[in-house]
Write a protein of this length. Structure first.
Length: 139
């Protein structure tokens, strides 16, 4: 996990992530982000696709999607001065007791369930309210 020290609404523990650069695949992007943000090295075959999390605003036709992977094997050492917050290892049994963003805390247990997951949130920009919130385990 990393302790993110950005804007208040984004602070707390979270996993590594970032944007996919053209023309890399989603898996290649995940491997690159892991290396850039932590110094750890993984191969695409060391990742398990766990699910997708999307946030949709119909009025503006905005869609934000997060592709979630579980890394099964890494090499290397954590960076001493990481670019996006302090890095630390956490025992799986202790992770849910740590402070973290609610959107991340919601999906963290799903990484350790059998199969994949889908989370879909639809937001109404005018009323600033939740229209739909679905979570499914697949497979």
């Amino acid at each position: 996990m990393r302790e993110y020290k950005g804007p208040l609404w984004r602070q707390g523990g979270q996993c590594i992530g970032g944007k996919v650069e053209f023309p890399e695949s989603f898996t290649e992007g995940a491997v690159r982000e892991l290396r850039e943000e932590t110094g750890l090295i993984a191969k695409p075959e060391d990742l398990i696709f766990k699910g997708i999390d999307e946030y949709v605003v119909p009025k503006t036709k905005y869609r934000y999607m997060v592709f979630n992977y579980l890394v099964t094997k890494v090499e290397g050492k954590l960076l001493a001065n990481p670019p996006e917050g302090e890095l630390y290892w956490v025992d799986i049994n202790d992770a849910m007791n740590l402070p973290m963003q609610t959107w991340f805390k919601r999906r963290l247990p799903l990484f350790f369930e059998k199969g994949t997951f889908e989370i879909s949130v639809v937001w109404d920009e005018d009323s600033q309210s939740l229209v739909k919130d679905k979570q499914r385990l697949l497979g």
